[in-house]
Design a protein around this ligand. Structure first.
Ligand code: DKA
Length: 133
């Protein structure tokens, strides 16, 4: 059966340490300010084993497409070029990004919210998104 979180839209509700996270990735002050000011909507869909993760905001729309466990090239919203691989563990999408630094983004989907825990160096950023009706 299809996991029920696929095709649901989750909008940013709270955010901790995002500025520190972006700083550690070398994101400049202007982009950090833009990044901090928006509440993106995140949606994960799947078709024949090809997953699409869409992130939409007034700052930037981004979309990554991947198969689980297969490395792909990604350009991050702030313009870094990284190699990414995503795996799914139950309701948790785990993304490992390798570039100048290694970053992990774990997104846990529930019927009411999605919680993203993003790590780089010793920094942990937590962002909670609420389901959109
Ligand atoms: C999100 O999905 C944010 C994703 C993190 C992007 C890394 C840095 C972006 C700088 C604007 O809510």
């Amino acid at each position: 059966a299809m996991p029920e979180f696929l095709g649901k839209r989750y909008k940013l509700f709270s955010s901790e340490n995002f500025d520190e996270f972006m700083k550690a990735l070398g994101v400049g002050a202007v982009t950090r300010k833009m990044g901090s000011s928006v509440s993106p909507v995140v949606e994960l869909t799947e078709n024949n084993g090809l997953y699409t993760l869409k992130t939409t905001s007034a700052f930037k729309n981004s979309e990554i497409k991947f198969k689980l466990g297969e490395e792909f090239d990604e350009e991050t919203p702030d313009g870094r070029k990284v190699k990414s691989v995503c795996t799914l563990d139950g309701n948790k999408l785990i993304q490992l990004q390798k570039g100048e630094k290694e970053t992990t983004i774990e997104r846990e989907f529930t019927p009411t919210e999605m919680k993203a825990v993003m790590k780089v160096d010793d920094i942990v950023c937590t962002r909670v998104y609420k389901i959109q009706e």
